[in-house]
Design a protein around this ligand. Sequence first.
Ligand SMILES: [Zn+2]
Ligand SMILES: [Zn+2]
Length: 322
Amino acid sequence: MNSTSTIPDLYAGTDFSSLSFLERQWVNWYVWIGNPVIATGLMSFLMHEIVYFGRSIPWIIIDAIPYFRQWKLQATKVPTPAEQWECARSVLFAHFTIQGPLIWLFHPLAESIGMSTYQVPLPSVKTMAPQIAFFFVFEDLFHFCAHRALHTGLLYKHIHKVHHKYSAPFGLAAEYAHPAEVLILGMGTILGPLSYCFITRNFHIFTMYLWIVLRLFQAIDAHSGYDFPWSLQHIVPFWSGAEHHDFHHMAFTNNFSTSFRWCDRLFGTDKAYLKYRAQLKAANGRSKTERLELERQLLEQVEREGVEAEREVIKSTEKKQD
Ligand SMILES: [Zn+2]
Ligand SMILES: [Zn+2]
């Protein structure tokens, strides 16, 4: 199919009466825009903006309500509205200047490897579920390896340090990162679907959208700074969640994965985290005041060690340059 085909060509021979409500909206969008490249590019960009900021808004509201502090992982570090606004502006700027143009190029790339875009019917849940499960596992492994590399010497000093500006992250900070980091870690998100499509030649962009929506939810929630009793990690024990990633921002040397806990367990990069958890658990019999005081002391210690570890990484680059 040629990208410049007109819309009547795209849907020639389609039986519209057999389509679901969602599929009719899908067709309407492509017909309304009138050009598949622009329709896919615009839909991808808008979806990313709506989901990213839409999912961040509840966390901004939660940060503004003191009642929720009881579930804040670093209770004394609530982001100010000014900090959140500054972060939102940087992320938005990056979306328009870096992600935007890349998203625009996606349609021609998708078509060149045989990905369905404007086509209907859309894939069923049964088709999408195993594909998305594979993307989650692939991304987690990719992210773990790349993220560990980003914590070394010059890669940290010149790239990943930007994301570590916040030792107590918040939802909006999920994509607050150096452009090179967006490209490197973004590969983990899109390489799964691209390679799946390349090998099977049977893949719809709708599945990719659903995967990206779930991945955005995962990333924003992991940066939220809150661990509720109903958070997913309490239901799915190998799910990382905010409790796991918040510790990464604080301790610096632990918890490099995104969605799951198994890579850090397997490679032993969660030892300080497990020790911290065990120390908190051991204090379970004590009074609430004593437990809160212990938690405060442990968090302070973890953060001190984190600051020191970060300083060491930066120092190591200076030694090499001497
Ligand atoms: Zn990091
Ligand atoms: Zn982070």
